[in-house]
Write a protein that binds this ligand. Sequence first.
Ligand code: AMP
Ligand code: ZN
Length: 137
Amino acid sequence: MTDCIFCKIVSGDVPSSKIYEDDHVLAFLDITQVTPGHTLLIPKQHVADLFEMDSDLASTVFARLPKIARQLKEKLGAKGLNIVNNNGELAGQTVFHSHIHLLPRLEEGDELDIRFTTHEPDFAALGQLAQDLYLED
Ligand code: AMP
Ligand code: ZN
């Protein structure tokens, strides 16, 4: 896609700090470095988000995560790592070429703040919702 910054990174028209590349994916350092080593993994093929991915492309992209995560852990001495994948504006997506953030966790009190607000479980509501959402194989 001509107007897409990540497609321009794939084509080499925009520079990036690559850490992994093969025929189908590219991984490069996020310019904002929320945590040291913050990396983006993208398919070379332009798809806006997860909703546009078919299973073959998803398998290809997601299968690369463990080895890139291990590389970040080993080289940076990370004690943990979060994966974040924003889909849609409401979910915080700002670049509409699908990408997965890999965020190495080096120390407590770093600058990544992911918060889950938990609620008391309502098992009747969970059962109803699961029924509504149930997806046949
Ligand atoms: P998201 O908010 O999930 O869409 O994330 C988009 C990410 O792309 C942000 O964390 C940006 O810092 C990052 N980003 C945008 N432009 C570039 C670029 N040219 N090189 C590397 N990272 C970029
Ligand atoms: Zn693109």
